[in-house]
Design a protein around this ligand. Sequence first.
Ligand code: F0G
Length: 501
Amino acid sequence: MRVMAINSTGLQPDQGAGGEPNGSHAPLPSDVAEALSSVSLRCVECWSRYAGIEAGRSPRYRCDCGGVLDVEMAFSFPWHSSQGAQGLEASDDSPTTGSLSHDQAASVGADLRQLFGERVANPPIWPISTDLLLDCSGVWRYRELILPAPEQYVVTRPEGNTGLYPVGIENCGSGRAGHQQIGAFAGLERFFLKHEGENPSGSFKDRGMTVGTTMALMLGAKAVACASTGNTSASLASYAAQAGIRGIVFLPAGNVAGGKLAQSLAYGAQIVQIEGDFDDAMRLVEQVCNEQGIYLLNSLNPFRVEGQKAIGFEILQQLDWQAPDWLVLPAGNLGNTSAIGKAFRQAYELSLIDHLPRIASIQAAGANPFYRSFKQGFTRRESVHAETVATAIKIGDPVSYTRARRVIEESDGVVEEVSDAEILEAKAVIDRAGIGCEPASAATLAGVRKLVARGIMKHDERVVGVLTGNLLKDSKTGIPQEVGGSVVAANIDAVRSALTR
Ligand code: F0G
């Protein structure tokens, strides 16, 4: 077997990931080395480029200048005659399509639409081949645009395949009169909600985590870790358990919703509660991962962002590749804004869609550094001490600032802020429509309502909003806790009388 010398677990000599044996310079399997040879990492600040995996070095999460990194891939479409098995070399001008002519890109786009359509048509029936299992995942279905991972390493539930609910005044039929209340609240005729809370661990994080954990196995890592406001940790704990590796999560003590904490505990992750906020936990987990050779699975890890792109691809496919006018989502650490923006740009460059949707990132007013920067034309990077009821997005110094700023600029997007009261009001509307979501997700609807009221979003534009987490994640915030006088004696008269009240 041809091997490439690499520090596959990222362990420094004489150090171990929680007592694991030293994996320094362990050989990287030839199939992994070959798969990653088409991948490089580009600094979003100074544009330096690095190999996807550097021989003899721990996994890299930052450029030498400190900037975060973005994955660039030479896409390979072996079935495409004009490209051959060589695929498309990334160029500085267009990392996605390199030197493709307009006609070639159109032809690649048509082939991809057909391929993804065939894959989505495969029902999951057991026994199932690995190939079909990948097709059933709403992430790996788009694998040519995500990560060239050898199948044996892929850790998938499978994830994705989440609902896209028509909730606008016009695009909502009478069978969904309850859902229509959402469109009426927003003031939109054609409005869809993409419910990422329907992922296996109940949030959009599973899309990045399936790819991050797969990378961990490809690199031979024995332990993975993240800092989290709760959802990333629940997802990491679940995928680490599935992969049979150690999961460690750093949480801001007292600031994680009960459902999320319960998940990390139940899935068996080691929990480190930090007396501080998410930003403290983030700083510490990065340091300890680099010191101890633990594979870092925050969205600082550029491969996680690649997985999250699948939200964008899946939305486009569900809309039959008719791109919406707007995509709206809640924003905290800004990984998701970066990922969905990148997906749309790649889909556009590959002629999968004919225009770029505008992106609106919505922040809680008490955790609004990105909004503050946007208001100043992005001339300054701001940070704040974060405070909001939406604990998932209680983040004051987002890691993916530069990546997300580019997305807003490139897509002619906007950043909006909403108060806690506005978030809770919107959450009640989503909950009472029978869809439900966790508080941070409701920032999407609160933001849409505000942007429509301000005339930035037109009432007849096609808008997709992302709900990022499941209602059950947080059973306390914004949900009436009083069951009320519903306990009645166990006889029919008492029941009749209760119903007349
Ligand atoms: N919505 C929910 C439910 C989240 O959990 C998060 C982030 C976001 C929105 C914001 O996404 O960070 O990509 O801008 N949660 C992270 C976590 C920070 O640790 O679970 P982002």
